[in-house]
Every structure is written in structure tokens, then in C-alpha cells.
Design a protein around this ligand. Structure first.
Ligand SMILES: NC(=O)c1ccc[n+]([C@@H]2O[C@H](COP(=O)([O-])OP(=O)(O)OC[C@H]3O[C@@H](n4cnc5c(N)ncnc54)[C@H](OP(=O)(O)O)[C@@H]3O)[C@@H](O)[C@H]2O)c1
Length: 338
């Protein structure tokens, strides 16, 4: 039984002003523009989450121009439950807005038992996409990703599976996630030859994890691929929430997350404190500054946030009120990060 599902919420009618505040950026050289803030459903949408709270987060997102929701086959827990819950909310609230939404899902991490439920085979990707569509109650997804590189499957097979899904009409566009610069260049060439160019790359990118700056962003620009930065707030570390300890119910406080309290060291907190001071002088929260710091790069199409409450999402969207940095702010930030 899903907590809260029985509680009635009024029928959803999307805000008529939903496109007034949001800004959109073209995704690589494609025809698609994505909102500068996108919403990820990795956490807070599984079976242990509060269904109505999840529903309110999605309503708040769409009411404010967040047209892109990002999922994966294994989001939950348990695996598949975020897609199932999203499907139930979609049916109740968003069916009439399907053409205004970019919904993505992925396969690449462990999903089901045996040799065909993991990594990058054609068998896994195509079966998993079918399952995802069924769980979400959709005819197609807008973007289907290979979730992580597979060292053992030929890239031609994995990219061929992505191309096949587009030809079957099950995905409109394809993407890759966590691929190195070198593998991205190879994957892009194969996909272009197949006639299904790679729309987007989904890398981990935030102030504390800057690997994309060493080559990937250049490849994306060269290949005309957009990008969506995941874990932009380092799972909540790049906010002011851990400055006074670990709050109850925060991600570092829960067992079902990949963030544990040992990662929040005094050295990390010292940097967060200094960054927080700069954010304050800009009139922003640290979360807001961390988001716009990523958007300073034209190769970043959109920033993919996760939220545990609708208020956090609203706070993140307000970041767009101040997108620019002075050179002095950028060099102060640089000296803290280095
Ligand atoms: N492709 C991949 O391999 C991959 C991997 C990971 C994630 N992703 C995608 O990226 C999405 C986002 O990742 P993420 O959840 O790690 O992102 P994140 O935005 O770095 O972290 C989200 C957490 O930050 C906190 N937070 C967010 N906004 C806040 C605010 N304004 N003030 C205070 N705290 C705030 C919340 O923590 P509390 O819960 O403590 O409130 C929230 O749960 C995922 O949902 C998924 O779609 C993709």
C-alpha cells in the first residue's frame, strides 16, 4: 500500500503562467530545448516515499516550466517503483500534457537476475525499455539512455539497440550517461552513421566533481551533443543544510541513499562554509549559486536536480533570477575549490 495515496488532492490544472519564469536552452544541435532546471526521480519517488508529496513535487515542477522529468529503470527502491509511481501520477495529473513533457528513462545498471538484466546488450536495453514503458503507462519516452558504459559489449551493439528503439517509435531521442570523453566521441560517430545522433550526455558534474571539464565538454561541443548535469548539489552537500550537523530525514541521515555522513568531513564543510558566504553576498542560497555556476558553461543544457520537497525545487528555480557571475566571484570560487 502506498502511503498517502488515499488522500484526495484537487484535480490538477496546470498553471497558465507555467512558461513565464522558466528559461530554455537548445540541447546540442537538436531541435529540442530543455528547461534550465530539470527534475530527477532517483530519490523520493519509490515505494517508501509519500505518494502525495511526490505528486505535489511534480505538479510544482510543471507549474513552473520544468518540462523535463528524468527516470531510470532501477529508480526506487525497489527497482522500477519510481517509474510505476510516476506512471500513476502521470495518469492522474499529466495525461493531457504529454506533448509538453520530455520524459526520459535509462537502462545500464543491474535490474533483473541473470545475465540479461545489466550493462549494455541489445537484449537488455530493448527488453528494459519495453518494461519501462509498461510501468509508466507511456507509448514512448522522449529520451532513452544507456545508463553507463559497458566494457564488454561492443559499442556498435549498444548504440545499435538505441537506434533500434527510435526506429520502433519507443524513444524519440537517445542519450548516454557516465561515458568518458573518448567513448562519447566513439558512440557519437556510430550513432551519426546509424542516422540517430546522440541528443544528450548525462554526466555527474558539480563544484566538487569537475571531471567533465577535462575533455568531455569539448567533445560535446564538437559533436553537437547537449548535456544534463546530474547531482549538481553533490546530493545536498552543496547547500547550507549540513553546516550545523546532519538534519533528521536528510539524505545523509537515511539508509536508502548513496550519501553517508562520513562523506561530510570538516574539510568539505570548510569549503561549503566559504562558498555559502559568497552565495550570501550574491543574494542567493548556496544551492542556487551551485546551480548557476554549472549553467555558466554553454555546453550544459540543463541542471538535473533532485528534491525531497516542493519548496526546495522552488528555491532552485529562483536561482535563474541571477545567472551571471563577476570575474571576482568566479576567481574566489575557484580558489576555494582548488
Ligand atoms: N545518470 C546517472 O548515473 C545518475 C546518477 C545519479 C543521479 N542521476 C539523476 O540526477 C538526479 C539528481 O541527482 P541528485 O538527487 O543526486 O541531485 P542533487 O540535486 O545533487 O541532490 C538532491 C538533494 O539535495 C537536496 N536539495 C535539493 N535542493 C535543495 C535546496 N534548494 N535546499 C536544500 N537542499 C536541497 C535534497 O536533499 P534532502 O533529501 O536531504 O532534502 C535533495 O534530495 C537524479 O534524480 C537522477 O535523475 C543520474
Amino acid at each position: 500500500m502506498y502511503i498517502g495515496d488515499h488522500l484526495p488532492l484537487p484535480t490538477y490544472i496546470a498553471s497558465p503562467n507555467r512558461y513565464d519564469k522558466m528559461q530554455f536552452r537548445r540541447c546540442g544541435e537538436s531541435g529540442i530545448r530543455l528547461p534550465l532546471i530539470s527534475l530527477g526521480l532517483w530519490h523520493n519517488f519509490g515505494d517508501s516515499a509519500d505518494f502525495n508529496k511526490a505528486r505535489i513535487i511534480l505538479r510544482t515542477a510543471f507549474n513552473n516550466g520544468v518540462t523535463h522529468f528524468d527516470l531510470a529503470n532501477n529508480y526506487g527502491p525497489p527497482f522500477g517503483s519510481a517509474e510505476e509511481n510516476f506512471g500513476r501520477i502521470f495518469k492522474k495529473d499529466f495525461k493531457n500534457y504529454r506533448n509538453e513533457l520530455i520524459i526520459s528513462t535509462k537502462a545500464g545498471w543491474d535490474m533483473w537476475n541473470g545475465p540479461y538484466g545489466n550493462f549494455g546488450s541489445r537484449k537488455y536495453l530493448i527488453a528494459s525499455c519495453d518494461d519501462s514503458l509498461q510501468r509508466m503507462g507511456l507509448d514512448y519516452v522522449d529520451i532513452f539512455y544507456h545508463h553507463r558504459p559497458d566494457p564488454d559489449t561492443p559499442l556498435e551493439e549498444t548504440m545499435g539497440a538505441l537506434d533500434h528503439l527510435v526506429r520502433q517509435g519507443k524513444a524519440l531521442y537517445v542519450g548516454i550517461s557516465q561515458y568518458s570523453a573518448e567513448d562519447t566521441a566513439k558512440a557519437s560517430k556510430i550513432l551519426k552513421k546509424l542516422g540517430t545522433p546522440c541528443l544528450i550526455h548525462q554526466p555527474r558534474y558539480n563544484m566538487f566533481d569537475r571531471w567533465v571539464e577535462n575533455g568531455l565538454l569539448n567533445i560535446l561541443a564538437k559533436e553537437g551533443i547537449g548535456s544534463i548535469a546530474f547531482s549538481p548539489l553533490e546530493q545536498g552537500i552543496l547547500t547550507d543544510k549540513y553546516l550545523k550537523g546532519i538534519p533528521k530525514g536528510s539524505r545523509a541521515d537515511t539508509d536508502i541513499s548513496y550519501l553517508n555522513s562520513e562523506q561530510i568531513t570538516p574539510e568539505v564543510l570548510n569549503k561549503v562554509k566559504k562558498l555559502n558566504a559568497i552565495a550570501k553576498t550574491r543574494g542567493q542560497s548556496l544551492a542556487q549559486m551551485a546551480i548557476v555556476w554549472l549553467l555558466r558553461k554553454p555546453e550544459i543544457t540543463t541542471v538535473l536536480v533532485g528534491v525531497s520537497r516542493a519548496e526546495q525545487l522552488l528555491n532552485n528555480i529562483e536561482a535563474l533570477d541571477k545567472l551571471t557571475f563577476t570575474n571576482q566571484e568566479l576567481s574566489e570560487i575557484e580558489s576555494i575549490l582548488n
